[in-house]
Write a protein that binds this ligand. Structure first.
Ligand code: BES
Ligand code: ZN
Ligand code: ZN
Length: 483
């Protein structure tokens, strides 16, 4: 899809179709269209097509970024089936020009995202160009340079999210840890500023990553530890992302019931998000050093499977009592977080589809932010609000810490209580964070929005690309505040 800025007035731009945004249900200004609206019983909600005059009326609830995304998504959905190539529209400028234009692009690119490789009947659209006039729907001063930056940022963010979605949506037969390693290597090949190192099971054994290895034991697919990195010449900070890359989670011997196993191809969403983030960071040339440590494995059953009752010695030397083999993500992350801390990060963020409890507690739309540094959590939360992703802070407390104590090891991989599962999983990870990194660490449980079983907003069925936009947005804001 092409997005073109045009300095002409809307009426002098040539295009196959025109989008007219309807704000605040204020239809009075549109006198000419009054009869047409009346005839169609249109009161400004949703969209209305005028095929004769080649116009699409579409609701724009407010100039908030999320409303811009939703409006452009609705516009695209109404236009994609028409046999047209180009569409013209006015500029929409909310609080920040860059973010408004980025949101406009995101709305279109998310609306047009499809995972249809397994369908014979692929629905393609002829629409290829959005021409945006400098004429604005709310007469502010149009800034061409900022608009251009916004369009570019929107493209990078949406493409990175859609790249993440493609990884998550791919089926488990195809998407093994080796495939993830291959994708990571391809990412490095395509972007000369990204490097990729892949570690195999022998390396994991040498590194004493026995918690990670235990999860992999019953799988026919070998595990991989994937290390992607990017370093700008003027790097201001070193950020390390850690991603849970369970290419399939059957639950292991603590087998999941059939209904719960379905969608567990999406248990690689944390790793997939990290890949999307580093892609975006490199394309945006952010002045940062970014590393991604991805733990890729399956969690399967078999003669060699690790068992409830086992005790594992992690890379940090902390022993773990296994009480449920379905709480496997935290085992993989424990060893990956240990490896990640050796890189001496200024900021350490792990992302994982870690608990069903998080989905029960927060719903399918919201990710949880956990950690020990309240300021960092709040800053991250505030920047997530502009990103188009929903997130909320969950706070630790000392009583919850009691619940993961083990009688025979340093920590148990499950809680002794039925309640507070998202937090006790976060507290399990906290056990593996060294003193000097306690305040530099955030844990994001993206179990809800990582996979969408019923489409909502501009998110289609399947992978949601959770984590990508909120993390990149946080990094952009962090750099802006530091400069
Ligand atoms: N991958 C799951 C968590 C999950 C559940 C993600 C639903 C997305 C949707 C994780 O490995 C898991 O199974 N966690 C268990 C932990 C329990 C055994 C302590 C859970 O949440 O039930
Ligand atoms: Zn599990
Ligand atoms: Zn899992």
């Amino acid at each position: 899809m092409k997005f073109e800025l045009n300095n002409k007035k809307l009426e002098s731009i040539k295009a196959d179709f025109e989008i007219i945004f309807i704000q605040n249900k204020n239809l009075k200004k549109l006198d000419k269209e009054k009869d047409f609206f009346k005839l169609n019983n249109y009161e400004g909600e949703g969209a209305l097509l005028d095929l004769n005059n080649k116009k699409l009326y579409v609701e724009l609830k407010s100039l908030a970024y999320e409303d811009i995304r939703l409006s452009l998504c609705m516009a695209y959905k109404n236009l994609e089936k028409l046999n047209i190539k180009s569409v013209k529209l006015p500029s929409i400028v909310g609080e920040c020009v860059v973010k408004s234009f980025a949101s406009l692009v995101e709305g279109v690119l998310f609306a047009s995202y499809k995972f249809d490789k397994y369908k014979k009947d692929k629905k393609t659209s002829t629409l290829e160009k959005f021409i945006i006039s400098s004429e604005e729907i709310n007469a502010k001063t149009f800034n061409h340079d900022e608009a251009k930056i916004g369009l570019e940022r929107g493209k990078i963010l949406a493409n990175a999210s859609n790249f993440t979605k493609n990884i998550v949506n791919e089926i488990p037969e195809i998407y093994t840890p080796l495939k993830m390693a291959q994708d990571a290597q391809n990412l490095a090949k395509e972007n000369k500023n990204i490097t990729c190192v892949i570690y195999d099971e022998k390396f994991l054994a040498k590194e004493k990553m026995h918690a990670f290895l235990a999860v992999n034991r019953a799988s026919v697919h070998p595990p991989r530890l994937i290390h992607l990195s990017y370093k700008a010449k003027n790097s201001k900070k070193r950020i390390v992302f850690v991603g849970k890359g369970l290419t399939y989670d059957s639950g292991g011997l603590s087998l999941k019931p059939a209904d719960y196993m379905l969608t567990m191809k999406a248990d690689k969403s944390g790793a997939a998000a990290a890949m999307g983030i580093i892609k975006a960071v490199a394309e945006l040339c952010l002045d940062l050093e970014v590393h991604c440590i991805l733990g890729a494995t399956e969690n399967m059953i078999g003669e060699n499977a690790y068992k409830p009752d086992d005790v594992l010695i992690s890379r940090e030397g902390i022993s773990i009592e296994v009480r449920n083999t379905d709480a496997e993500g935290r085992l993989v992350l424990a060893d990956c977080l240990s490896f990640a801390q050796d890189l001496k990060p200024d900021l350490l963020i792990d992302m994982a589809t870690l608990t069903g409890a998080c989905v029960v507690g927060l719903g399918e739309f919201t990710s949880a932010i956990m950690g020990n540094n309240e300021q960092l959590q709040n800053d991250f939360y505030l920047s997530s609000k502009n990103s188009g992703e929903y997130a909320t802070v969950l706070h630790f407390n000392p009583y919850l810490r009691e619940l993961i104590k083990s009688n025979i090891a340093d920590v148990s991989n499950t809680s002794s209580s039925r309640y507070g599962g998202a937090l006790t999983a976060g507290l399990f990870l906290d056990k593996f964070i060294r003193k000097e990194y306690k305040d530099k660490w955030l844990h994001l449980d993206i179990a809800g929005p990582a996979y969408i079983e019923k489409s909502w907003g501009y998110s289609s069925f399947g992978a949601g690309g959770a984590g990508v936009r909120m993390c990149v947005n946080y990094l952009i804001e962090m750099l802006r505040k530091n400069s």
